[in-house]
Each structure stands twice: as C-alpha cells, then as structure tokens.
Design a binder for this molecule. Structure first.
Ligand SMILES: Cc1ncc(COP(=O)(O)O)c(C=O)c1O
Length: 440
C-alpha cells in the first residue's frame, strides 16, 4: 500500500495546525509513522485516502457516524435545509421539530437545548447544576476518558497545563461500580457536591444497583445526576444508556451519532433545572448554552433524519448483531492464531475496543503499533471496532480476514521479538504530559 501522497503532506499539516489535526484522537501519534493516511472521502463503512487507498473503517468519525458515511437520507435532508438558508436572526421552525423528536426518545427529559458539540453540552450541564444547587464541587467518574474540553474536566488529566490549581481543586472523582467511593465523597464533602458526572456505561456493565444507587444518593443529597450519553446514545438503545438501564438522570448530554456525523449535540433534562437557562423564572439567570451556530438548520435536519431512520429501521439491533458477529469471529481468529493471552476484546458488541499486550503480558504501545500496521496493510483501519449500520457481512468478513493475518504476524513478533516486524516508532496514548514525538 502506497502512502506517499499523504506522507508528503504531513509537514504542511503540522506547520499550519498544531498537532496536525483538529482532534487529538485522530493525531499522527495514534498511527504508525509510515502510514498516516489523510481521508479524502467515504461511503458507508469505507474510507478512501489521499493516495486512493481504500479502507474498511472502524472508527466512524470517533463514533459519530452510526448509519454510515454520506448516508443518503441524512445528506439529502441536510441539503434540503441548506437550500432554505442555514441561520437567521430568530429561531427557526426546525428547532421546535428537532426538540420534539429528541425529547420523544429520552425518558424523563422535559426540555432540551442544542449545541454544536458534546463538550459544550456537558459544560452547560455542570454550570447549571452549580447554579441550581448553589454548590461548587463537581464529582466525575474517574477512569472514564473524556467528558469535555473545558477546565473542570481537562484539569483532571495529564494535560492540565494552563488550568489554575483553584479550578482543578473543584473536581473530585469517584469510581465506576464502586458505590462506596461515591458515599465517601458525600461524607467528605457534605452539602458541597453540585453534580455527579458519568457515562452510564463504558467497558464494564453497571453492577446490580450501581446506577440506581447513584440515583438514590443524588436524591438524598440534592445533587444533580448527569449522564454523558455521547457514546451510549444512539448506540446502546434508542433511549441511550438511561433507556437501556432504566435509570433516569436529572440531565443528560447527547451528541456524536445523533446527526450521523453532522455537528449537533444537546443537553436535555428536568424542566426546573433547564429553565434556569430560560426567561420564565425569577432566580438569577444562568448562561446555559448559546451559540451563533448552535441550531444551524442543516444540522438539525440531519438529526431529525437520523432519528427517523432509527425509528423506522432496525439500526440498534443491527449494531448489536453485527458487533456480536464480529466479536465471535475475531475470538475464533484469536484462538486460531494462539494470541488469546495478548489480544483482548472489550465492551459491548455495539462499541468494541481491543487491547494489545506484549510477550510479558503487559499493555504495549509497540504491539498496538504493529497491529495497526498489519491491519492497515490489509485494508482495514481500526483503532477501535466501532460498528455502524453500514458494516455489512462482507465488511465483517474482510475485517476478520485482515485481523487473522495480523494476528499471525503478532504471534511471530511475540516469539521472535518485535523489532524485526515493526516498521516505525510506536504510537502513544493521547493522555500524556510530554510529547517525546518527532516528525517522520
Ligand atoms: C464520552 C464523551 N463525552 C463528551 C465528549 C465531547 O464531545 P465533543 O467532542 O462533541 O465535544 C466526547 C468526545 O469524544 C466523549 O467521548
């Protein structure tokens, strides 16, 4: 596979864009240095790069594209809306239609406000919770990798440079599936926690009673329960993680897949909290969310079209079924190549990820790099295994074949040492304090 055109652009990307990418998770440090394809276009579950290489894609716009790239009913709805104008000096009719469509599928939510990205929705949720409760502390679920680009979350990561200690001190953490760690926070900070923030599910399912336990504790202590449904939404269940598990948060933030890759996110929840951002109350006003582009007509039209497809077609069932098929076949291939001790699959079928371990059984970035190198050479780009409605049987079969071949090389590298197989420097985790990275 030839990457020469993409590689010839790397320096230019880095000279004009810090990091050469507008999203850290898409950065060059996440891929083998000799294989840095720039995406040119996509269709369904396939992506073509600047050199014309074709890949079956399993990243799907960082989980934002669940129907498939350039999905015709969504593209057509957005196009129609654009022809009628994208942005006016007053709210557009489509804002009401989109609000009704979304609230229809979120159990217990009474009001919604749209934004362009999930970070803003999450930060709006935190701000209004602080205003509603009159408290400053935010409790987040530690170990869940991302909630927002804003300081209340980034301050807790290894990339906290530029964020004052005073701000960092306002965010405390609890552990998933560890209700005692939440009780301890309530004991340690009585009457001080404005909100609990978590994805209702990440890789491990919630243990019996954990989410309900959070609900009870929040009710008892007057703390706002916020679910981040960016990934669980439009994937686990039409009603997101809350619909799947039957636990109703006070507020929830949605984004990613809700408009099949168009930039639409939303904060939804209880009227008495959300209305603080409105005009119909006598309390101090809250700047909940507001943006010039927040309700662009084509984004909302794409969201409405996406929700319609979800309602009329078996999207969620297909994500689970194809994901399960992929997982079953990959587990067979892993066993066949004898790398079961070194490659692990995690997560629900609708949102699989994999881990790579070295010969000593330690998580390994060099082995992750080797694996990416081998699957990409075989026409599959899969930093994770994010299934979409467009991943048909053929895409699954071709992926399993590519993975089977890559597992074979992996096995040899485990036995003989990785150096003879790895063709470039190792990838690195996004969350790190220093770069240790050079071009080329
Ligand atoms: C769980 C979760 N929450 C929030 C966000 C932020 O969403 P956005 O990138 O749309 O701002 C992300 C983005 O990756 C996410 O994965």
């Amino acid at each position: 596979m030839d990457f020469s055109k993409s590689l010839s652009l790397v320096e230019r990307f880095h000279s004009l864009i810090p990091g050469g990418s507008h999203t850290y998770a898409k950065g060059d440090d996440q891929y083998p240095a000799h294989m840095l394809p720039y995406a040119a276009r996509g269709k369904g579950c396939r992506m073509w790069d600047a050199d014309g290489n074709e890949f079956i894609e399993w990243g799907m716009g960082l989980r934002s594209v669940t129907l498939g790239h350039a999905y015709p009913p969504v593209v057509e709805a957005a196009r129609e809306a654009m022809l009628g104008g994208t942005n006016f000096i007053r709210p557009t009719l489509i804002e009401l239609e989109a609000a009704e469509a979304l609230l229809d599928i979120i159990p217990g939510a009474e009001m919604v406000k749209f934004s362009k990205d999930g970070s803003d929705a999450m930060s709006g949720a935190v701000r209004v919770s602080r205003a509603y409760t009159g408290r400053d502390l935010v409790a987040i679920c530690g170990g869940q990798p991302f909630f927002s680009v804003d300081d209340w979350f980034i301050g807790t990561t290894p990339m906290s440079a530029g964020i004052p200690q005073a701000t960092r001190d306002l965010t405390v953490t609890f552990r998933y599936n560890d209700i005692e760690s939440v009780e301890q926070l309530f004991d340690r900070y009585p009457g001080q926690l404005a909100c609990l923030v978590l994805e209702p599910e990440k890789y491990d399912p919630p243990e019996d009673g954990f989410l309900n336990g959070l609900r009870d504790l929040c009710d008892r202590h007057g703390t706002v329960l916020i679910f981040d449904e960016m990934i669980t939404g439009f994937r686990w269940h039409l009603g997101g993680g809350q619909g799947f598990h039957g636990v109703v948060p006070d507020l929830s933030a949605w984004g990613k897949a809700m408009a099949n890759g168009f930039s639409v996110a939303a904060l939804a929840g209880r009227k008495d909290i959300m209305e603080l951002g409105g005009l119909l109350h006598d309390r101090e006003r809250v700047f909940l969310l507001s943006g010039t582009h927040a309700a662009e007509t084509h984004g909302l039209a794409a969201a409405i079209a996406t929700m319609r497809v979800y309602r009329e077609e078996p999207v969620i069932e297909t994500l689970w079924r194809q994901g399960q098929r992929l997982a079953d076949e990959l587990l067979r291939a892993i066993a066949d190549q004898g790398v079961g001790e070194h490659i692990q699959l995690f997560g629900r079928p609708c949102c699989l990820v994999y881990g790579t371990k070295d010969a000593e059984g330690e998580p390994s970035q060099p082995f992750r790099t080797l694996f990416l190198q081998e699957i990409m050479q075989r026409g599959v780009i899969a930093p994770s295994l994010i299934v979409s409605y467009s991943h048909d049987d053929e895409a699954v079969d071709r992926t399993v074949e590519a993975f089977h071949g890559a597992f074979g090389v992996y096995r040899k590298a485990l036995r003989e040492g990785i150096n003879g197989y790895l063709e470039s420097r190792p990838v690195q985790p996004v969350w790190r304090t220093f770069n240790e990275y050079r071009l080329g």
